[in-house]
Design a binder for this molecule. Sequence first.
Ligand SMILES: *[C@@H]1O[C@H](CO)[C@@H](O)[C@H](O)[C@H]1NC(C)=O
Ligand SMILES: *[C@@H]1O[C@H](CO)[C@@H](O)[C@H](O)[C@H]1NC(C)=O
Ligand SMILES: *[C@@H]1O[C@H](CO)[C@@H](O)[C@H](O)[C@H]1NC(C)=O
Ligand SMILES: *[C@@H]1O[C@H](CO)[C@@H](O)[C@H](O)[C@H]1NC(C)=O
Ligand SMILES: *[C@@H]1O[C@H](CO)[C@@H](O)[C@H](O)[C@H]1NC(C)=O
Ligand SMILES: *[C@@H]1O[C@H](CO)[C@@H](O)[C@H](O)[C@H]1NC(C)=O
Ligand SMILES: *[C@@H]1O[C@H](CO)[C@@H](O)[C@H](O)[C@H]1NC(C)=O
Ligand SMILES: *[C@@H]1O[C@H](CO)[C@@H](O)[C@H](O)[C@H]1NC(C)=O
Ligand SMILES: *[C@@H]1O[C@H](CO)[C@@H](O)[C@H](O)[C@H]1NC(C)=O
Ligand SMILES: *[C@@H]1O[C@H](CO)[C@@H](O)[C@H](O)[C@H]1NC(C)=O
Ligand SMILES: *[C@@H]1O[C@H](CO)[C@@H](O)[C@H](O)[C@H]1NC(C)=O
Ligand SMILES: *[C@@H]1O[C@H](CO)[C@@H](O)[C@H](O)[C@H]1NC(C)=O
Length: 780
Amino acid sequence: MFRSWPIGPAIILVALQISIGEKSCVLWSSAGPVVLNGSTFDVYCTYNCKSKQYIYSGSPPQKQSHRVFNDTTIYLKIFNLTSITTFSCQCEDSHAPDPCGQDISIGYPPACPKDIFCDYEIQNLRSGVVNCSWDGGQNTSLLHHFVLRVRTVSGNATEGLLQFSVSNKEPKRLSVNFNMSRSVDLISLWVHAQNSLGSAVSAAVNYTLNDIARPLAPILGQPDCSSRECKLKVEQSLNVSYLEIQYRADHQQWNSNTSSQTRSIGSLEPYRLYHFRARSKFHSGFWSSWSSNVSGWTQEEAPARALNVWIVRGPDSKTMTVLWKEPSVSISRGKITQYTVRVSSPSLNLIVNVSADSRNYTVPLCSHYEVTVWAHNSKGMSPPATMTSLYTEGKPLQDVRATMNGNESVTISWREPELTPAMYVVELYPEDFLLNEFRWVWRNKSETTADLSGIEPNKCYEGTVYVLYNKSLVGKTRFNQVAALESKPERSPSFEAKDKGNKVIITWKRLPRKFRMGCITQYTIYIEGSTGYHENYSVGASETTLEIKDLSPDIYTLWMTASTAKGEGPKSLKGKVPIKQDNHPSLLLEYLVAVLMVLLLLCLCQSPVVKQRFWELFRCLMLDVVPDPANSKWAKECIKEKGRLSIQLLSGGSTSTEKEEDTNLVDVEELFKQTTDTPLPTGDSTQLISRSPDADLTTLMYPALTTYIKSLSHDSDTNTTVDYISSDGPENMEEREDEDVFGGMSFLPSQSIFFTEMLQFDGKLTLDAVKIDCSDMQIT
Ligand SMILES: *[C@@H]1O[C@H](CO)[C@@H](O)[C@H](O)[C@H]1NC(C)=O
Ligand SMILES: *[C@@H]1O[C@H](CO)[C@@H](O)[C@H](O)[C@H]1NC(C)=O
Ligand SMILES: *[C@@H]1O[C@H](CO)[C@@H](O)[C@H](O)[C@H]1NC(C)=O
Ligand SMILES: *[C@@H]1O[C@H](CO)[C@@H](O)[C@H](O)[C@H]1NC(C)=O
Ligand SMILES: *[C@@H]1O[C@H](CO)[C@@H](O)[C@H](O)[C@H]1NC(C)=O
Ligand SMILES: *[C@@H]1O[C@H](CO)[C@@H](O)[C@H](O)[C@H]1NC(C)=O
Ligand SMILES: *[C@@H]1O[C@H](CO)[C@@H](O)[C@H](O)[C@H]1NC(C)=O
Ligand SMILES: *[C@@H]1O[C@H](CO)[C@@H](O)[C@H](O)[C@H]1NC(C)=O
Ligand SMILES: *[C@@H]1O[C@H](CO)[C@@H](O)[C@H](O)[C@H]1NC(C)=O
Ligand SMILES: *[C@@H]1O[C@H](CO)[C@@H](O)[C@H](O)[C@H]1NC(C)=O
Ligand SMILES: *[C@@H]1O[C@H](CO)[C@@H](O)[C@H](O)[C@H]1NC(C)=O
Ligand SMILES: *[C@@H]1O[C@H](CO)[C@@H](O)[C@H](O)[C@H]1NC(C)=O
């Protein structure tokens, strides 16, 4: 039945009811259907049904508490109405005819039209088009009717009156166009505005048409360009006094050249696309509108300057890469067709042409080169850019620092050197020297900073600043690593742990770049025994191995982490490494035999008789070999006949964890037969380090001994590493642990030691006199 009534349909419905004569009532407002915003008025309803009736308003319609005017009429007082409202009236009787209704609109009367402005576009010799516009005033939310009245004056008499209507609801500038003969000299015009609530008239405005005349926009023909100048064809329907031509390259600012006769634009750059537009003006009046744009390319010229070239050596130093930057169009002055690279050294002179999209050229680095690069375009080639890979190391820069500058750019700064430099070059590349992301910038001598943008987040950058004092004196300084939006590493490196006796050797690969999330500052290795032992070791980001020594037998759990400046990454998977006690009997025996033989030889060498025998036996062979044996230190020290030897025999080193290699400590103490009264130095038998009165003696002696032992161990099937212990103590030992014992000692073969010693004695002894006292030998 009675529903929410949209404004439009309400009126239509009422109209329909009236037309079919079935209206149950009549509704009207005391102020009419359109009222001033905020009005207070009455709404009346006169009905002809018998039942009780009501006035409704709003959407959805709501029953209002009306007052009674007389027997057939009720009314409703409306206060301060501020929006368009639908009123309706209905009888309660369900059989009553349809209701009646009315929309009451609100609004304001129009304001005076203002800011009237006209121009007169001259079409031809006889007529033009006047365009007049004005400000219709504020929004009144009611439909406005505007009437523009124009009085024309031609010469001194003729008058005409023109009238143009325009309706609009929107508060915007309104305009009308009308044809106007060129015989008219003056116009006088004003605007009427009207709506349901009132009307207003603007002030009259007088124009002399010549003062508002404008030519039609000129028409430009295709420009005809050389490398620096473009000539334009301009079509103009009438004689104009001024012509303004504007031009710009790409999307830069427009540049102007105003003059009456100019049809050519000079001072242009080669090989650019220029856009042109023009407008014209009579002696008086306004500028025409702009012509549509025309465009043309200026022609090419040979490249203006030498390329920006830099040479880098590959990380392996086996290759050298010449890099250059694509020249900007102001330097290339044309489309680069190819580059020519000349690499010359005393032994080589190589000239290659590479394609226009190349930016690098790599040559093997065999000697120092001079590299020259040229760029070509259709009009010629650039001046040569020459770099040499040969330079003297000059004084490096001080205080070279890289700091992030926001999240995308890095600032590299340095202190001005004492010596005046010629130039600086700043290199920047992601960690690990990725050549395809390598960047460099030149800085002149007055600058001490360089900003490089385009820094990718979570990537570690590093680089070098070169100071070029002159062409061949260059100082270089690396700067600290930087990263944008750094965070903790996402992963930890996976590692491998090998047990080797009582040591564990942990090796890992550097964390893959994508997991680093910045610059790795350190790796931390954690080791934990089953009985509460725990330790951690931090190593530098460049390390890939760690050795943990002196572990007591246990099963150790290992894991590691990587850290950036933002913190430590997650733990790696844990690995278990057992360290066991070695009780390999046969191996022990072998060493025992070896040690006994060494002892025997050492004892023998104390006896002058034996020495003599040996000497006689081998003199003929060895005389040439030993240059001055008598003066050798070894020979002198050997007579002292004292010393204590202790050898640590370590077996192990196999990668297999199942076949555990156990530590085998053999502590040997030798007692030599005393030929003098010097007491033997006695110490605790578990001493690992041999003590000798003279360090030189032992360092020379033990290589001989270990060599011998080692040669034995070579015959055994097991993987045995023999470490020798120097007299310097365990610190020294540490350094030498992974050395090849043979390699390091090859300068002193074992035989020569023996013969050297023998030379000390003259032939008086016999083999019978040899006595060995080995009774005190201990093995633990
Ligand atoms: C009630 O008032 C209206 C409006 O003034 C009038 O048209 C109508 O005749 C009146 N009715 C009676 C019964 O007086
Ligand atoms: C209507 O406006 C007048 C003044 O503008 C105010 O005094 C009056 O209270 C308002 N009436 C209602 C019902 O809002
Ligand atoms: C009428 O006036 C009120 C406040 O006085 C305002 O909020 C409202 O927008 C006005 N309505 C129109 C159609 O201008
Ligand atoms: C009259 O000129 C104004 C600008 O000056 C323009 O916005 C308007 O469209 C023109 N009117 C007609 C009818 O061309
Ligand atoms: C003018 O005012 C009416 C009522 O406030 C509103 O509906 C209409 O959107 C307004 N028009 C403009 C162009 O602001
Ligand atoms: C203008 O007026 C002068 C006299 O006042 C008259 O001689 C002349 O013919 C008039 N010109 C035109 C075009 O009516
Ligand atoms: C002006 O007159 C020309 C014919 O002379 C006509 O084609 C054109 O539509 C007219 N323009 C206006 C705005 O009345
Ligand atoms: C405009 O011209 C009329 C005659 O056409 C004149 O009466 C009126 O004063 C002039 N108005 C102005 C502002 O010059
Ligand atoms: C333009 O002016 C020149 C003289 O300045 C004249 O010879 C020519 O006829 C004029 N052209 C037009 C279309 O008015
Ligand atoms: C304007 O054009 C004249 C004549 O071709 C020329 O001499 C002048 O340099 C130009 N000015 C500019 C800004 O292009
Ligand atoms: C060298 O140029 C080739 C393309 O010519 C490019 O694929 C490669 O990444 C460049 N190498 C470097 C180190 O810039
Ligand atoms: C000895 O060790 C090396 C490396 O440490 C290994 O390659 C080799 O297989 C081992 N030999 C035996 C017999 O275990």
